[in-house]
Design a protein around this ligand. Structure first.
Ligand SMILES: C[S@@+](CC[C@H](N)C(=O)[O-])C[C@H]1O[C@@H](n2cnc3c(N)ncnc32)[C@H](O)[C@@H]1O
Ligand code: SF4
Length: 388
């Protein structure tokens, strides 16, 4: 077996996409579509997902599944019975690790908390709650459909009913947000019973309302101050930064996302879901039909996979660096070879040059961004881009 084929047998993650929300937020470019609750095509989508899952997992049946992430959209709009059927199907068709991390994304509306204990009973063992802000003025400007109090009680009821691993997503750099507003948000969030916080700077993504009608965002100096001071608050409360935007308490890092950042393999099921798989012929990426109704139709005729391509060597180098350099601890040379199938010598001269420039550093056996490189990570990773 050569190094390239080693990853063919590596553990794999499953991503399941549920693409509906009660309202489309002004900043969101995810494959999510607004629906009234009574128009949610839950049963037909569930059937399509289960068919897709059963077919797709045939090729990975021997590979250990260490994480499942049910994301969206707002997956918690689905009933606990549907979530349970998805998880039972995953168990039946894959080699699920007994400690498999199973995350469900949820919005903090009251309607959702009533279902938390049934999600737990269905096998979900990690909740990810989209808090975004704890200030009603900012929640309104983001067009969120919950208020701050509902966000806090969502976290507290999740902990109370027995979730021991809870993430909250918080954004900063919001329209008209002051440094104090932002620090108040992170301070209050850190006092909640959470094991993980994802702390994102708001970006204006193409095809969003905010992109068409840009709001008044704080300038770079203010967002830089918010991020730095916010990180101090996180650290004071025991949340350790292990990735650009991810902070874990008690080392409860998100296994699912770590697999992406390590450039591991994943299989995405559902409308628009992406997959990356190591095969005997190379590493392949593919995507499913994006529009939910077209996806359901396409699954019934077996035409739901729309784009497939093998990743060439230069792109493998770029993608590996783009992901692994996000991790605070970086990566080992052996991991580069394991996940890309390429010899370390193809990239070593570039790595040594970056070390020379002070943008990367070596710590024990790990190569990682230096503090300066971490600050300008986009610029560092761009320099691994294949020549045009
Ligand atoms: C699929 S969404 C979240 C789940 C859930 N639907 C919700 O909104 O509560 C994943 C996370 O990405 C972050 N996010 C989405 N759009 C963003 C943007 N334009 N800039 C920064 N973070 C963004 C938000 O924090 C969001 O919770
Ligand atoms: S941010 Fe979440 S709730 Fe808002 S539209 Fe996107 S996926 Fe839906």
């Amino acid at each position: 077996m050569n190094e390239a084929s080693a990853a063919i047998h590596s553990p794999i993650s499953l991503y399941i996409h549920l693409p509906w929300c009660l309202h489309k937020c002004a900043y969101c470019d995810f494959n999510s579509h607004a629906t009234e609750l009574d128009s949610l095509p839950e049963q037909s989508y569930l059937q399509a997902l289960l068919t897709d899952l059963q077919q797709a997992t045939k090729t990975i049946v021997q590979r250990e599944v260490r994480s499942i992430f049910i994301g969206g959209g707002t997956p918690s709009l689905f009933s606990p019975a549907s979530i349970e059927k998805i998880l039972v199907a995953c168990k039946e068709s894959t080699s699920l690790n007994s400690d498999c991390e199973i995350t469900l994304e949820t919005n903090p509306g009251t309607f959702e908390h009533q279902k938390f204990s049934e999600f737990l009973a269905a096998g979900v063992n990690r909740l990810s709650i989209g808090v975004q802000s704890l200030n009603n003025k900012h929640l309104n400007s983001l067009e969120r459909i919950h208020n701050s109090q509902e966000a806090i009680s969502a976290i507290q009821s999740a902990a109370k009913i027995g979730f021991s691993n809870i993430n909250a997503d918080l954004m900063f750099g919001l329209p008209k947000q002051s440094i104090n507003d932002a620090l108040q948000d992170i301070q209050t969030l850190c006092e909640q019973p959470l094991t993980h916080i994802s702390y994102y700077q708001l970006t204006l993504e193409p095809n969003t309302l905010f992109h068409r009608f840009p709001p008044d965002l704080p300038d770079e100096d203010i967002t830089w101050t918010i991020q730095n001071n916010g990180m101090e608050v996180l650290a004071k409360h025991g949340f350790e930064r292990y990735e650009v935007s991810a902070y874990a308490h008690d080392n409860l890092q998100c296994l699912h996302n770590i697999n992406y950042w390590q450039f591991g393999d994943y299989l995405g099921i559902g409308a628009g879901a992406h997959s990356k798989l190591s095969t005997a012929n190379g590493i392949i990426r593919f995507q499913r039909v994006r529009q939910p109704s077209s996806y359901m139709q396409a699954v019934s005729t077996g035409s739901h996979i729309i784009q497939e391509h093998y990743i060439d060597s230069e792109s493998l180098i770029f993608e590996f660096m783009l992901n692994n350099l996000r991790l605070r601890r970086g990566f080992k040379a052996q991991a580069f070879t394991y996940f890309t199938g390429l010899e370390w010598s193809v990239v070593k001269p570039r790595i040594l040059a970056f070390i020379e420039d002070g943008l990367l550093e070596k710590s024990h056996d790990y190569y990682r961004a230096s503090p300066m490189g971490y600050r300008f990570l986009d610029e560092v990773t761009q320099r691994f881009l294949p020549a045009a």
